[in-house]
Structures are given as structure tokens and as C-alpha cells.
Design a protein around this ligand. Structure first.
Ligand SMILES: Nc1ncnc2c1ncn2[C@@H]1O[C@H](COP(=O)(O)OP(=O)(O)OP(=O)(O)O)[C@@H](O)[C@H]1O
Length: 588
């Protein structure tokens, strides 16, 4: 800011010195008595040249300084707009369009950048200094009314231009949903689904949809811009007329002999400087930046207000929980914005040190139950207790650290094998003994032996020396991550479809070791594979939003209910005669 303001002060000094130089020329040429000597004139010229060079250098220095600051600023903004979304322990805010829109605005897409706004602030200040300074020059040397007229016209037109832009921003704000969709499609094409797009021949569809969404997002902005253009041309013409009128007045005064050459030579550039000082662009950019800044500052408050999280209490020692059990008491749940209950008056007890299996058809709500257990969502009705204490009263961060899980869509970090495993408990990242143990338990020791850089191999082919694992290998990595967390002291182990991608041998190994792996923790296993489920200490069947059957494998078979029906159906398929199409499909 200092450099930008210095630049405009030097610019005015150039104007003043130029006036002095031009005014002195006739006297110096004529060597008129009382006129400036050649020596003094040379000093004056030298001063003009020096100031001019200094003025020319300031933008370059300013640019370097602002580039350095900009990098820091972009990093700071990046943190401020992602951290508030990462901080909450629950996840409902990530599905709230108001929050997502606000983040989008804070990110400042389409040029509404906070960094750009701040980058323009020095130039806006500099143009204000030029405006005031040049107006003073015009006032002192020529006419105060003319100076006032020019300043008034400049500010008025700048204000009007700002209003036009503000309307444009308002239109833009209303269209972030289409822009988000366009963004999603772009990423889909570039990164997320290259194989499916080709297999299903979707590239044409994708491009069309992207163009459609993008255009829909920006069409109202363009319409507003088109309407603004007419007014922009008119304001530009008016501004030109005001400046032209002022210069005409200077010319007339000069011709009438009322204004000496020095004053003329100073006033004309000063008038032009006032014209240039109409920094509509700067105003717009700063305004845009401020809009983004407001959204960024409002983001944490809006999230906290719309998705309040109870303050963590230290009354309960979460580190040893659950010592007795986790209970779902009359729990009902529906997702935000939905009008369907996924869980309805559900009662379930998961005892500490017990391996509990949960089965149910697709969409029964098994994964939803896990999300509630982890505190990602709160029950709409009823409560979940841990050793008798309501989960809502616990320090959610500490509780979530107690849970180790393989979720269905587990993360595949494009990092080393070690990182992928120790992320289960980063605070124990150096615990090589546990690492070796979980490698054996999960069966990834075999996988690691086959990798070019062993544990250090990056699991992403786009990196130098990186490799891609198969679905089953990734699943073992996820299992290792969860087990690492258990070795680090987690008290609840959730395995959501841990065998879905495993081959028969790996699945058999998992089944064989299952009770050993889950001993000492409260574990919840969700699987459609009865080979895995049947080994659990207890099995619960989830249907119609509640637990409809509860018992051991043998007990449930004896009950001859839903579990028995599902089990027999699956078992039958494995023993169908070799000629049947089902059996061939299974073999395949
Ligand atoms: N974020 C969400 N918003 C709204 N509805 C959701 C959301 N996630 C899941 N649902 C719905 O909740 C219901 C239960 O889903 P859930 O994933 O818990 O089932 P599941 O028993 O784990 O199924 P599967 O065996 O197929 O994995 C489904 O009808 C699903 O459409």
C-alpha cells in the first residue's frame, strides 16, 4: 500500500515538475532578465528525470512485493475456508446447501477472489490519493469549482459503476448450484471416472451436460452484464465530457492570457489524472474481495448456528469407554432434508468385548447405524448411550478416536503403504511392532513383499514409482488400518463389508481369525456374506428400521425367521448342482 501510494505521490510530483519545466522554457531560451538560469533549469530537469525514474520503478517493486504477499494470502484463505468445514465432528453441514454455497462464495469462483480484492486495495488507495492531490493542483493553479466538479463527477460515476457491478455479483451469488454441478462434471471427466466414462461411452454426454450446467450458471450474469454495458457506455461518455469541458476552460483561459504557461502545463495533466483516478475496476475488485471475505468470516458462525455441536465435557473418561456397552435406546433417524425414517424406534445393545454382526437387506440402514454410532449424525429421536452416558454429552472427538472402522467407501490415500496403515492412529505412527503385527493379521505382509519399495511404495500410479493395488489388496490395507487403531487402544471396531472385495482364501483367513482379531473390543461387523457373519458371538437382523431378530447363528436358524431364510438362500446357491446357471455365475 505504501509503495502504491508513493507511486501516486511521485506521479503528482512529475506533474508539478513538468509544469515548472515547460513554464521555464521560454524564459531560458530568451535568457530574459529575471528568468531561470540554465544551471537551475538543468537541476530542474534532473529532478524531473529522477522523480520520473523513481515513479517508473515503484510498480515493479510493488509487483514483486504483492506476489510474495499473495502467495501467503492464498494459503491463509485456503485454510480459512476449508478448516471450518473440517472441524465439526458431525457431517450434516456437508450436506447443507446454504453452507456449501457460502463456502463457494468464500472461495470466490469466477474471479471474486479475496486475494484479488486485497491485491487491488493498494491501487484503489493510490487512485484516491491521485484524485485528491490532482484536484488540489487544479484548485490551486486554476479553479476550485472546476476541481470540485471533476471530483464530484468522478465519484458519482464510480459509485454508479459500483452499483452495476454489485447487482452483477448478486446475480452471480444465486447461481452457485449450477456452478457446483458443472465443477463436479469437470472433475468426473478429468479425474474421478475415466474408466466408466469410456465403457459407457459417456464422454459426449459429459461434455454436453458440463456446457449446459456452466452456461445455465452464468447466463443470468451475462444478461445482467449486457444490461450494464449500455449504462457503462453512457457513464464513460459523461465522464469524458466532464474532462473535456474542464480542458476547454483551461484552453480558453490560456488564450485569454489569464493563465500562465506553467499553470496550463500543470493543470492539464492534473485534470487527466483525475479522469484516470476513476478506479471502477479497483472498486469492483475490492467489493468482490469483501463479498468473499464476508462469506469466509460468516462461514464458521453459520456452520455453528445451523449445526450446533455440544461443547465437549471432560466429566467422563472416554479413553476407557465402552467398559460395559453401547446402547441404542428407542432411536429413530432420518437424514437432513429427507422425510423418511431410516431407523425407527430401534433398540440395540453392543456389549464391550462382544463380536456382534448386523445383517439386513440393501438399504436397511446398517451403514446409517454405524454413522450414528460414530456420532457423525445425531438421532432424530431417542438416544445412544455409552456405559449409560448419552453420546451427546461425551467429547465427540475423543469418542471418535475410540472407534476403529472399515467403512464401505474407505479412503485410499495416494501415499505410502505405511501412511495408509498408520493413519489409523497417527500418534502411534512409529510403533513398528504394531505395524508388523497388523501386517500379519490383515495379510498385507504378502502384498508389501511384492511392492517395489516395500512399505514406502506410494499407492498411486500417477506418482514416480507408485503402484495401484487391486480392490482386495486395498481392502486388506483398510483392515490393517482399522487393526492398527485397535492396537493403539481403540475400544470399538466396526467392519462394514470387510470381505466384499476379498478372494475366497483371504475371506477364509478373515473368518478364521475374526474372533481373535475382535477380541477385547466391542465389535460390529456388517456383511452380506454369512460365512463371515455366522462366527459372531451374536447376530442382529435389521429390517423396517429396527432390530427384528437377535441371537447366535444357531438360535436364529432355530427361530426360522428372516435370518434363517436369508442364510438358506445363500447356502443353497453355493450347493446348487454344477449345471445350473447360478452356479456357473458363482464360479465365474
Ligand atoms: N446421506 C444420505 N442422505 C439421505 N439418505 C441417505 C443418505 N445415506 C443413506 N441414505 C438412505 O438411507 C437408507 C439406508 O442406507 P444405508 O447405507 O444405511 O443402508 P445399508 O443397510 O448400509 O445398505 P447396503 O447393504 O446396501 O450397504 C437408504 O435408503 C439410503 O438411500
Amino acid at each position: 500500500m505504501g509503495l502504491a501510494v508513493l507511486g501516486s505521490v511521485l506521479g503528482m510530483a512529475v506533474t508539478l515538475l513538468t509544469g515548472q519545466v515547460v513554464g521555464a522554457v521560454p524564459g531560458v531560451i530568451d535568457a530574459a532578465p529575471g528568468a531561470m538560469s540554465l544551471g537551475t533549469f538543468s537541476w530542474l530537469l534532473g529532478a524531473l528525470l529522477t522523480v520520473f525514474i523513481m515513479q517508473s520503478l515503484t510498480p515493479a517493486i510493488h509487483q514483486v512485493a504483492s506476489q510474495i504477499l499473495n502467495a501467503a494470502l492464498v494459503r491463509e484463505i485456503g485454510t480459512d475456508i476449508t478448516e471450518p468445514l473440517l472441524r465439526p465432528q458431525r457431517v450434516a453441514h456437508l450436506e447443507d446447501t446454504e453452507v456449501l454455497d457460502m463456502q463457494e462464495r468464500a472461495k470466490g469462483k469466477g474471479g471474486f477472489h479475496l486475494a484479488e480484492g486485497l491485491g487491488n486495495l493498494p491501487w484503489l488507495m493510490a487512485s484516491r490519493v491521485t484524485l485528491v492531490g490532482s484536484a488540489v493542483i487544479v484548485g490551486v493553479m486554476f479553479s476550485w469549482p472546476v476541481a470540485a466538479m471533476l471530483v464530484a463527477v468522478t465519484l458519482l460515476l464510480e459509485w454508479y459503476g459500483g452499483r452495476l457491478i454489485a447487482r452483477e455479483i448478486d446475480v452471480w451469488w444465486g447461481n452457485t448450484e449450477e456452478q457446483r454441478r458443472a465443477d463436479y462434471l469437470f472433475n468426473l471427466g478429468m479425474r474421478d471416472a475415466p474408466k466408466e466414462l469410456r465403457v459407457f461411452g459417456l464422454h459426449g454426454w459429459l461434455v454436453d451436460r458440463y456446457v449446459r450446467e456452466w452456461t445455465a450458471g452464468f447466463r443470468p450474469v451475462w444478461e445482467r452484464r449486457r444490461r450494464n454495458l449500455k449504462w457503462s457506455v453512457m457513464t464513460g461518455g459523461l465522464h469524458l465530457a466532464a474532462n473535456g469541458f474542464a480542458i476547454l476552460l483551461v484552453g480558453r483561459a490560456a488564450l485569454n492570457g489569464d493563465l500562465p504557461l506553467t499553470e496550463v502545463a500543470t493543470t492539464v495533466p492534473a485534470i487527466l489524472s483525475i479522469g484516470v483516478a476513476m478506479n471502477g475496476y479497483g472498486v469492483v475488485q475490492v467489493k468482490r474481495g469483501l463479498s468473499a471475505y464476508r462469506a469466509m468470516k460468516d462461514l464458521p458462525g453459520t456452520i455453528a448456528e445451523r449445526h450446533p455441536e455440544s461443547a465437549a465435557t471432560t466429566r467422563h473418561r472416554v479413553e476407557t469407554m465402552p467398559a460395559r456397552d453401547v446402547r441404542f435406546e428407542n432411536v429413530s433417524f432420518r437424514y437432513p432434508g429427507s422425510d423418511v425414517d431410516v431407523l425407527r424406534n430401534l433398540d440395540l445393545t453392543i456389549r464391550a468385548h462382544e463380536a456382534l454382526a448386523l445383517v439386513g437387506v440393501n438399504g436397511a440402514g446398517k451403514s446409517t447405524l454405524v454413522k450414528l454410532l460414530g456420532g457423525a449424525y445425531r438421532p432424530t429421536e431417542g438416544r445412544i448411550t455409552v456405559d449409560g452416558v448419552d453420546l451427546a454429552e461425551l467429547d465427540l472427538t475423543a469418542w471418535q478416536r475410540r472407534i476403529a472402522a472399515i467403512v464401505q467407501d474407505f479412503l485410499r490415500f495416494p501415499l505410502s503403504v505405511t501412511d495408509n496403515v498408520v493413519f489409523g492412529a497417527v500418534e502411534r505412527a512409529d510403533d513398528e511392532i504394531s505395524l508388523a503385527k497388523v501386517a500379519r493379521e490383515s495379510g498385507i505382509d504378502e502384498v508389501v513383499r511384492g511392492l517395489p519399495a516395500g512399505w514406502d511404495t506410494v499407492l498411486d500410479k500417477t506418482f514416480d514409482g507408485g503402484v495401484d493395488l487391486s480392490g482386495g489388496e486395498w481392502q486388506r490395507i483398510a483392515l490393517a488400518r482399522a487393526l492398527f487403531a485397535v492396537h493403539a487402544g481403540a475400544g470399538v471396531l466396526v467392519l462394514d463389508e470387510p470381505a466384499a472385495a476379498l478372494d475366497v482364501r483371504a475371506e477364509a483367513e478373515l473368518v478364521e481369525r475374526y474372533l481373535e482379531l475382535t477380541s477385547g473390543v466391542a465389535s460390529l461387523i456388517i456383511s452380506h456374506r454369512f460365512s463371515v457373519v455366522r462366527n459372531a458371538n451374536r447376530i442382529c437382523v435389521l429390517a423396517d428400521g429396527r432390530i427384528v431378530e437377535d441371537g447366535t447363528h444357531e438360535e436364529l436358524l432355530d427361530q426360522d425367521g428372516m435370518y434363517a431364510g436369508m442364510f438358506r438362500l445363500q447356502a443353497e446357491r453355493y450347493v446348487t448342482s454344477p449345471e445350473s446357471p447360478e452356479s456357473e455365475a458363482l464360479d465365474a
